[in-house]
Design a protein around this ligand. Structure first.
Ligand SMILES: [Zn+2]
Length: 219
């Protein structure tokens, strides 16, 4: 199917009809992943339970990673050069994940975004649509020591602070060697993932409602 090496936790994800792993934050409609769909359930679950947006497994204490576009990569570089410089970074709807999972997202995105171009089929919506590591102007896989989140106008917004690592690229595919090294070096997170982040959207909605009601009880 693909020559891109898969972190074990990503390999365990449900697959779409092409055989590509479907990220934990992608909603499903019946047996079809809806890559372009909006909906906060899965993203909120991952945020509250500190789960990776790609594989759905928990993230240990410490840094979390994202694929960022060029301008944000530049801002992070400035933040790494001087303390506090990144504190005013804009909130984003793009959720964090494991280092290996985000390296995978950076490498896989161009392939997953254009898989049918090579097969001569009709265009389909890109997989990993939220991770535009191959966008023009370069980008990076970036680590942050801390993140916060809140729901605003029906979207889960994240704010990342304390940049910890910046792995810059011109095209996401340049991260392939780092991805291979990360899979070899980084112990896989404990699995399996929870059923409510698999392909049953009703289960995801139920879990989100449960978490939101707990939040109501606290505030
Ligand atoms: Zn992961």
């Amino acid at each position: 199917m693909s020559e891109i090496p898969l972190p074990p936790a990503v390999a365990a994800r449900p697959r779409d009809q092409r055989g590509y792993p479907v990220p934990a934050i992608t909603p499903w409609q019946g047996d079809q992943p809806r890559f372009a769909a909006t909906g906060i359930a899965r993203t909120y679950i991952c945020a509250v339970e500190r789960r990776c947006s790609i594989c759905g497994l928990t993230m240990a204490a410490g840094p979390v990673w994202r694929v960022v576009a060029g301008p944000e990569a530049d801002a992070i570089a400035a933040g790494l050069a001087g303390p506090g410089a990144y504190a005013n970074a804009a909130a984003t709807a793009e959720a964090p994940g494991h280092r290996a999972c985000m390296l995978y997202a950076a490498v896989a995105c161009p392939y997953l975004a254009h898989p049918t171009a090579r097969r001569g089929q009709d265009a389909v919506t890109p997989t990993l649509a939220a991770h535009r590591g191959d966008r023009g102007g370069g980008g990076a896989v970036a680590g942050f020591a801390a993140y916060r989140f809140r729901i605003q106008q029906g979207t889960v917004l994240f704010r990342f602070t304390e940049p910890a690592e910046l792995l810059a690229h011109t095209a996401g595919t340049e991260q392939l060697d780092r991805l291979v090294a990360a899979i070899a070096a980084e112990p896989p997170p404990p699995g399996p993932g929870p059923g409510y982040l698999d392909d049953d959207e009703a289960a995801a909605e139920r879990r989100c409602t449960e978490l939101l009601s707990r939040q109501d009880a606290v505030t």
